[in-house]
Design a protein around this ligand. Structure first.
Ligand code: SF4
Ligand code: MG
Length: 332
């Protein structure tokens, strides 16, 4: 497996004036392999969108590194960066808000090409736009229409065509189906999968729950309050979630087969997501964790590989910390 993108101890803090510093992303590290879909999951406010935007340069990072195709993005000169970031594009959650209502579909898709000076020949550019429309399941008759003339699903297709305009290698899809009707969600997921195969794309797929990401993701990282708390293959995460937060997220999604009786214990998360301006000491999840121990308040859990390619940050799995049987309790 070839690594396309590495994130190392990435941090994004926002200064909030007198009220302090918002630690939206507080030191995350992971690799994304070429051609895979990496799911990033967590409640709204956990920092996943900020992480994505920081990875592709829409936000300046506070600390840490992003390495793409072996190049450290932050070591590039501004002009190089501009070209470099062509390879990374984003699909946004809200197809209503992310398309300029006064621009035609043609203009919307042409914009990134204009910015980067691609296809300066008008006729070639138009052909390219028609091709992109076909790629996403629309057609050339749509080119002169405006966003309001389309359904939510079609608008997301326009957003996808725009993201493809620069022929990127890597696309961040930030909750691309959350704003869509359930009936069209699967269509958009299938479109993304087909495009991935046809064009060899790599995705970071951001979602706020674990119900939809399973089908599309090869691996999943679970994010809580600016940290990644667990990371493993999608199938493994659903079979054997280790982190108490992942277990809670999983217990919240219904079993799809109506004939199977749902006997799982529903884990209710008590309390609110703490403020990222004032995160809990030690383990950031401890204020809502029913397994919290004394050590959780004083020591930050280290990131460790528990099974092959299965990483978690939780004291329950730290043999040094737990000699009281908690570990067995959760693993078996
Ligand atoms: Fe819960 Fe402690 Fe594990 Fe955090 S480190 S998830 S508080 S058991
Ligand atoms: Mg978001």
């Amino acid at each position: 497996k070839e690594i396309l993108l590495s994130v190392r101890n990435l941090k994004k803090y926002f200064a909030m004036g007198k009220s302090g510093v918002l630690k939206a992303v507080d030191g995350i590290s992971f690799d994304i392999y070429k051609g895979e879909t990496f799911g990033l999951v967590g409640e709204s406010g956990c920092g996943k969108s900020t992480a994505g935007r920081t990875m592709i340069g829409l936000y300046d990072r506070t600390d840490g590194e992003v390495i793409f195709n072996g190049k450290n993005v932050h070591s590039l000169f501004e002009k190089e960066k501009f070209h470099f970031y062509k390879q990374m594009q984003m699909i946004f959650q809200d197809p209503y808000a992310s398309l300029n209502p006064r621009a035609t579909v043609k203009e919307i898709i042409a914009e990134p090409m204009e910015v980067h000076g691609l296809f300066p020949n008008r006729k070639e550019r138009l052909e390219r736009i028609y091709q992109l429309l076909e790629d996403v399941g629309l057609n050339r008759d749509h080119a002169n229409r405006y966003p309001h003339e389309f359904s939510g699903g079609q608008r997301q297709r326009i957003g996808i065509a725009r993201a493809l305009a620069l022929d990127p290698e890597f696309i961040i899809a930030d909750e691309p189906i959350s704003a869509l009707d359930v009936s069209v969600q699967a269509q958009v997921v299938n479109l993304l999968k087909r495009l991935q195969e046809e064009k060899g794309l790599t995705y970071l797929f951001i979602a706020h729950d674990l119900s939809m990401v399973k089908q599309i993701s090869n691996r999943i990282g679970v994010m809580y309050l600016g940290h990644i708390v667990e990371l493993t293959a999608s199938s493994q995460l659903y079979k054997k979630p280790l982190h108490p937060y992942t277990q809670a997220l999983l217990s919240a999604i219904p079993i799809p087969d109506p004939d199977v009786e749902d006997q799982r214990e529903r884990i209710i998360l008590e309390g609110e997501l703490p403020s990222p301006m004032d995160p809990p000491s030690g383990c950031v999840f401890r204020t809502r964790c029913k397994h919290a121990m004394e050590v959780c308040a004083v020591k930050k859990p280290v990131w460790q590989e528990i099974d092959k390619d299965h990483f978690v940050a939780c004291h329950l799995y730290n043999v040094e910390v737990t000699n009281d049987g908690n570990k067995e309790m959760l693993i078996n």
